[in-house]
Design a protein around this ligand. Structure first.
Ligand code: CAA
Length: 521
C-alpha cells in the first residue's frame, strides 16, 4: 500500500468541513465533495470561517488562511475521488445513505483506496460488509470541533487489515491528533461515556429544579469540564445525541440508555442546538455559537439581607468549608454535628444549613424540625479551583424561597457560584459524575479499552482535565463513590447505577481502582 498523499472527504457539514481543514492544514491534497452547490458553498464557508478565527487570533496570516482554503479542491464531481488514497465520509448518519455512498465509491476508486467512515453511531462492521474491500474500511472518528480536539478513535472491525489500522493511526498522528484504536461497539469509547452522561444530564434537568444555567455551571466550575452538558448537547446536535442514545439502547437494552424524553421531544420540535439556532439555549443565528437571551434567561439576582448567624449542621472538612464560606459572606455560624443536632436548640429566626454528603441529606434534619421544617436547607461547597468555587444549594421540598435566596446571597457574598438543586444524592456534580465514572470502570473491566486509553480518550476527545480512572485514583475514594452510586440507584431505580464490582472490590479491600484495573488487564 502506498503513502496517503491525497485525501477525499465526502459530506461538508460541521464535521466534514472540520476534517477537510485538518487534512489541508497538514499539506495533504484534499478533495472535498458535496451533493449540490449550496452544500458545497456552505462547506467552504465553514472552513473559511474557522481559518478566519485563527487569523483573528493572530495564529495564521491572512495569506496563509487564503492559501489553505484555495488549496482544497471543492467539487461536485464524485469521480474526482478516484485520485484519493483515502476517502472519508461524514454524510448523514443513515445506514442506507452510507451504504449507497460506499457502493458508488467502490465503483469509482481503485481497489487499494482506503475507505473510512466518521460515523458516531452506526456499526462500522455493517458498513464494511457491504463494500468490496471490508479489509480496507475503517472508522476514523473525529470530535467536534475537529480542528481543535486532539482525539481520533480509530475503529477496527474484525475484518480490518492490521496495515490499514497502522496507516490510519500514522496519518492521524501526522495531522497532530492522538489515535486510540478501539473495537466496533456502539458508541465506541467516548460517546458511550460522554453521551450517556449528557442524556443523564438532560433527565436531571428535566426532572429536578436545577436550571439549564445551573447544571452547566455545576459541571464547568465544580468538575472543571470545558463546557456544561446542555451547551455541549447544543454543540454536538441533539439529533446526533439522540441517534447515539438509540444505538446504545439497542445494544444494551438497559433502561439507563433510554433516550431522555426531553431530548426526543426537542429533536421532534426541530430544536437541534447551534445548527438550528435553538436547543437548550438560543443562538444569534443558525450555526452560531453566540448565546442570546431568551425567555428562560434568569433575571438579575437581587441579594437579600443576610442573617447575622446560621445554625450549621455537619462535621469534617466539608463543614469547615461551609464555615469559611459563611465567614467570607460576613455570617457567623454555630456548628453542631449531625449526631448532636437538637431541633429544640435552634434559636428563633436562625436558619439551619446542613452540610450535605451522600449519606446525609438536608431532609433528614428538616423532618426533625416540626413546624419549622421550611427553615432547613442543604449546602455543599466544592473546593475552590481555578474556575472559582461552586456551592450546591440543596433545597428540600419544604425549604422556603427566602432561605434559598439567603443561601444564594451567602454564596455570592463569598464570591462563589451558587447552583440551586434538589436535595438529592450527589446534588448535581456527584449525581452526574458518579455514573460516568462507574461506566468508565465497567468499560475497562470488560476489557474493551485500557485504563490509559480511556483516560486519553476523554481528555483529548472532550477536553476533560483528567480521565475517569485518573480521577478516581486521585480525587475520590472508592467507598465514597460506592455510597453515592448506591444512593443514586435508590433514587433512579436503575440497577446500572449500582457500583460495578471493581469499585466495590476497591472499597472493600482498600486497593486503588487504578491498581485493581491494571492488575486485572
Ligand atoms: N473551529 C476551529 N477552531 C475552533 C473552534 C471551531 N469550531 N472552536 C474553537 N476553536 C479554537 C479557537 O480558535 C481557539 O484556538 P487558539 O487557542 O489557537 O486561539 C481554541 O479552539 C479555543 O477556543 P475558544 O477560546 O474560543 O473557546 P474555549 O477555550 O471555550 O474552547 C472548545 C472551545 C475547544 C470547544 C472547548 O470548550 C472544549 O473542549 N469543549 C468540549 C468539546 C467536546 O466535548 N467535544 C466532543 C464532542 S463529542 C463528538 O464530537 C463526537 C461525536 O460523535 C458526537
Amino acid at each position: 500500500m502506498g503513502a496517503i498523499n491525497t485525501v477525499g472527504v465526502v459530506g461538508l457539514g460541521t464535521m466534514g468541513a472540520g476534517i477537510v481543514e485538518v487534512f489541508a492544514k497538514q499539506g495533504l491534497a484534499t478533495i472535498a465533495v458535496e451533493i449540490d452547490q449550496s452544500a458545497l458553498d456552505r462547506g467552504r464557508a465553514i472552513v473559511a470561517s474557522s481559518t478566519q478565527r485563527a487569523v483573528d487570533r493572530g495564529r495564521m496570516s491572512e495569506q496563509d488562511a487564503k492559501d489553505l482554503v484555495d488549496s482544497i479542491s471543492f467539487t461536485l464531481e464524485f469521480s474526482d475521488l478516484a485520485a484519493a488514497d483515502l476517502v472519508i465520509e461524514a454524510v448523514p448518519e443513515r445506514m442506507s445513505i452510507k451504504k449507497d455512498l460506499f457502493s458508488r465509491l467502490d465503483a469509482v476508486c481503485p481497489p487499494e483506496t482506503i475507505f473510512a467512515t466518521n460515523t458516531s453511531s452506526l456499526s462500522v462492521t455493517d458498513i464494511a460488509a457491504t463494500t468490496s474491500r471490508p479489509d480496507r474500511l475503517i472508522g476514523m472518528h473525529f470530535f467536534n470541533p475537529a480542528p481543535v480536539m486532539k482525539l481520533v478513535e480509530v475503529v477496527r472491525t474484525v475484518l480490518t487489515a492490521q496495515e490499514v489500522v497502522s496507516r490510519i493511526s500514522e496519518l492521524a498522528r501526522a495531522c497532530g491528533k492522538s489515535p486510540v484504536v478501539v473495537g466496533d461497539r456502539a458508541g465506541f469509547v467516548v460517546n458511550t461515556l460522554l453521551v450517556s452522561y449528557l442524556n443523564d444530564a438532560v433527565n436531571v434537568f428535566d426532572q429536578s429544579r436545577v436550571s439549564r444555567e445551573g447544571i452547566d455551571t455545576a459541571m464547568t466550575v465544580g468538575a472543571l469540564l470545558p463546557m456544561g452538558p446542555l451547551a455541549l448537547c447544543d454543540l454536538i446536535g441533539l439529533d446526533v445525541c439522540l441517534e447515539i442514545m438509540d444505538v446504545l439502547f439497542a445494544q444494551s437494552r438497559d433502561q439507563v440508555h433510554a433516550p431522555a424524553p426531553l431530548m426526543r421531544e426537542m429533536v421532534s420540535a426541530g430544536l437541534l442546538g447551534r445548527k438550528s439556532g435553538r436547543g437548550f439555549f438560543t443562538y444569534e443565528k443558525p450555526g452560531s455559537g453566540r448565546v442570546i437571551p431568551d425567555e428562560l434567561t434568569p433575571a438579575d439576582f437581587e441579594p437579600v439581607t443576610l442573617p447575622r448567624q446560621v445554625y450549621l449542621v455537619g462535621d469534617g472538612m466539608q463543614c469547615e468549608e461551609l464555615v469559611k464560606l459563611c465567614a467570607q459572606a460576613g455570617v457567623s455560624s454555630h456548628v453542631v454535628s449531625y449526631d448532636q443536632f437538637d431541633p429544640g436548640q435552634v434559636p428563633e429566626g436562625v436558619p439551619v444549613l446542613v452540610s450535605v454528603k451522600p449519606v446525609q441529606r438536608a431532609i433528614d434534619i428538616a423532618t426533625q424540625m416540626g413546624p419549622r421544617i421550611d427553615e432547613v436547607i442543604g449546602l455543599h461547597v466544592l473546593f475552590p479551583n481555578q474556575k472559582g468555587q461552586l456551592v450546591e444549594i440543596a433545597a428540600t421540598p419544604f425549604s422556603s424561597d427566602q432561605l434559598v435566596r439567603i443561601s444564594q446571597s451567602i454564596a455570592l457574598g463569598a464570591s462563589a457560584s451558587p447552583v440551586i438543586c434538589d436535595d438529592d444524592p450527589g446534588q448535581v456534580v456527584g449525581r452526574l459524575l458518579s455514573p460516568y465514572l462507574n461506566d468508565a470502570v465497567r468499560m475497562v473491566a470488560s476489557g474493551y479499552v485500557s485504563a490509559d486509553d480511556v483516560d486519553t480518550a476523554m481528555m483529548l476527545g472532550c477536553g476533560y482535565p483528567r480521565g475517569p480512572i485518573a480521577f478516581l485514583a486521585n480525587f475520590s475514594t472508592p467507598d465514597t463513590i460506592c455510597d453515592v452510586l448506591e444512593q443514586i440507584s435508590r433514587k433512579t431505580q436503575l440497577s446500572r447505577h449500582l457500583p460495578v464490582s471493581a469499585l466495590t472490590d476497591a472499597a472493600i479491600y482498600g486497593v486503588g481502582i487504578d491498581q485493581l484495573l491494571t492488575e486485572s488487564s
